[in-house]
Write a protein that binds this ligand. Structure first.
Ligand SMILES: Cc1ncc(COP(=O)(O)O)c(C=O)c1O
Length: 378
């Protein structure tokens, strides 16, 4: 089957690029002595997780228990949930622990105590990492505001928990305004985690794992001292945001949306059939934030995309089923019935919207994979 045989819109994943992204990230992590534990939120596909693990990843991360259950069903045996899982989910977490090595994060003493009690009653111990807020100000203890040393001591003393180490996610890297700022974020992250670890050591608490990870900071994290694990997710597909942040080139972007021109109301306006239900409304972020809802590639066969992204086609507006494209050059040869590919602003949320992705190589559709963990929001 050829990509032109597919009804549109569809999500395509270029298999050579996907495998290249997996291999490159693994090689970089291994070269720096870091364990790679990809976040599966981007692909939500057991087949892709198997490729990552086959290449050397130590396991995966999931945000939600429902996702983890799908991957455990598929045979993944080491799953980390860098998400503040609430003890209301204790029966499901205990069941998951029967099938895989499971770890979660803690950042609140009451919640941690509740998990410890659950585990003691069950005669188990739960592997936990303390989530440290390194500047994203989402979850995590902030060592600049609370006594991190006392927090670590308290968690280490909880009998139902096995404190493995520290974990952070420098999500503020997505808002960096320069390469220098991205590097500073990675430097500060490693330094802060190192401080907390050193303080804990003074109390005799060993923090064996220091886990960091995000795709924008990946390249600056590699050389940092003291880290043991890295957890990027987006790197399998990349997207327009990663290109704008300097983490990837258009040629690295494995996921594209195949869309069709369905109307041409004016010479300088075309309509694609990929609206917000396909591309999502996520804007691009980046050092030079690009305008619009995706980068349009008019060449259907994935050649080095940097040569074929058409900057004169700007996806200015989305309705649920329509993308309104302004032709800044005033005219385009594209006509209704023509197909284009779109590099989305944020690939993780795009893959969550479709039941399956099509693996392609050039114009050929090689296989169709279910996005088995999509929509598993609890
Ligand atoms: C806790 C955590 N770890 C790792 C990641 C992976 O980061 P990225 O999507 O930048 O690869 C995320 C992404 O949201 C995350 O929330």
């Amino acid at each position: 089957m050829q990509i032109t045989d597919l009804p549109t819109p569809q999500v395509l994943v270029d298999r050579p690029r996907l495998l290249r992204n997996i291999a490159r990230q693994q090689e970089a992590a291994t070269r720096h002595g870091l364990r790679l534990r990809p976040h599966a939120k981007t692909h939500k596909s057991p087949a892709i997780a198997a490729w990552q693990i086959g290449r050397g990843a130590v396991g995966i991360c999931c945000a939600k228990l429902g996702e983890a259950e799908i991957f455990a069903d598929a045979g993944v045996t080491d799953i980390r949930l860098p998400y503040p899982v609430n003890p209301a989910n204790a029966p499901r977490l205990l069941a998951l622990m029967d099938r895989a090595a499971v770890s979660i994060i803690v950042d609140h003493l009451d919640v941690a105590r509740a998990w410890s009690d659950v585990m003691r009653r069950a005669g188990r111990r739960l592997d936990v990492l303390i989530k440290v807020d390194v500047g994203f100000h989402r979850c995590g203890i902030d060592p600049r505001r609370i006594d991190a040393r006392a927090f670590v001591r308290a968690i280490a003393a909880m009998p139902g928990l096995n404190l493995r180490g520290l974990l952070s996610h420098a999500g503020q890297g997505y808002h960096a305004a320069s390469e220098a700022e991205l590097k500073q974020i990675a430097d500060d992250e490693a330094a802060l985690l190192g401080e907390v670890k050193a303080q804990a050591a003074q109390d005799g608490v060993a923090l064996d794992e220091i886990s960091v990870g995000s795709t924008p900071t990946f390249r600056y994290t590699l050389g940092q001292p003291g880290l043991t694990e890295i957890r990027p997710g987006n790197y399998v597909y990349y997207d327009r945001t990663q290109v704008a942040l300097g983490a990837a080139t258009p040629d690295d972007c494995a996921l594209t949306v195949l869309a069709m021109v369905v109307s041409k109301p004016a010479p300088d306006r075309i309509i694609l059939d990929s609206g917000s239900k396909t591309l999502t409304t996520d804007g691009a972020r980046g050092i030079d934030t690009p305008a619009g809802h995706g980068a349009i590639i008019t060449d259907l066969v994935p050649t080095p995309a940097s040569a074929v992204v058409d900057p004169s086609l700007v996806i200015e507006r989305l309705s649920e089923e329509h993308a309104v494209v302004r032709v800044t050059s005033g005219t385009t040869p594209l006509q209704p019935g023509d197909r284009v590919r779109v590099i989305p602003n944020h690939s993780c949320v795009v893959s969550n919207l479709v039941d399956r992705i099509h693996l392609v190589d050039g114009p050929a559709v090689l296989d169709t994979l279910p996005v088995a963990a999509r929509g598993k929001i609890f």
